[in-house]
Design a protein around this ligand. Structure first.
Ligand code: ATP
Ligand code: MG
Length: 212
């Protein structure tokens, strides 16, 4: 049996075609079902639904053998115990720095200066500002990052951006792109060895279906 950890929403939706190409149909819709374990058309494959940020944890400890997680989530998790064989090129966006449209970011990040940054992505943000030689006070948030510069909680945010329309609607501007983000297939290190007969072909079939 292979257990595959997915999060509801865009990752689930965008993973479905890849699974289908690998001959796996998920037999229930997570938007209408209350089940957290979903059967598939293959008796030896099941899907478990977990929070996006919990996918690496499930796979690391073997609660799931395989999962799909955003690079953003994987960087914060650190990736220990995980093999990342494939970039699935789905759930694409970018990790960016944004500020209020009336904030002078260039002045705020001059060498030796100090800036207050609110984010869910403290590891990435810490590294980014360290690389620039900017001292940063990080404020950990779990959502609605856009609100932080508007309320004076922070000077800047580090968040995911796709179209930029949420930023625009909140009078924020993207001032720096940190990195492109997409979702990856992650596999439990031990399961990759002990269940190679099941997981190997699954990786190959998914790889063949990835849209570059
Ligand atoms: P939760 O809703 O459980 O708090 P979440 O907000 O991280 O978790 P999603 O918004 O579904 O869950 O995001 C899941 C993943 O999809 C993210 O980790 C990221 O890799 C990617 N993602 C997030 N926002 C976007 C976006 N605007 N466009 C494309 N991909 C995105
Ligand atoms: Mg979200």
């Amino acid at each position: 049996m292979i257990t595959l950890a997915l999060s509801k929403g865009r990752i689930f939706e965008e993973t479905l075609p890849l699974l289908r190409a690998a001959g796996i149909e998920v037999l229930e819709d997570p938007e209408t079902s209350r089940k957290l374990i979903l059967p598939t058309s293959r008796s030896d494959v099941r899907v478990v639904l977990v929070r996006a940020t919990d996918v690496p944890t499930y796979v690391q400890y073997g609660g799931a053998d395989v999962g799909v997680a955003g690079k953003d989530v994987l960087l914060e998790h650190g990736g220990s115990g995980l093999v990342q064989p494939l970039d699935l090129n789905i759930a694409r966006c970018r990790m960016s720095v944004a500020v209020r449209d009336d904030f002078d970011y260039a002045a705020a990040v001059q060498q030796g200066s100090r800036i207050r940054v609110a984010t869910k992505y403290t590891q990435v943000a810490r590294q980014h500002f360290a690389d620039k030689g900017v001292h940063v006070d990080l404020i950990k948030l779990y959502g609605s990052m856009e609100l932080a510069p508007l309320t004076g909680l922070a000077d800047a945010i580090v968040d995911l951006v796709s179209t930029g329309s949420t930023l625009k609607a909140n009078h924020l501007v993207e001032v720096e792109t940190i990195m492109p983000i997409s979702s990856r297939l992650v596999v439990n290190q031990t399961a990759l060895k002990t269940k190679v007969a099941l997981i190997g072909p699954l990786i190959q079939a998914i790889e063949a279906a990835v849209v570059p």
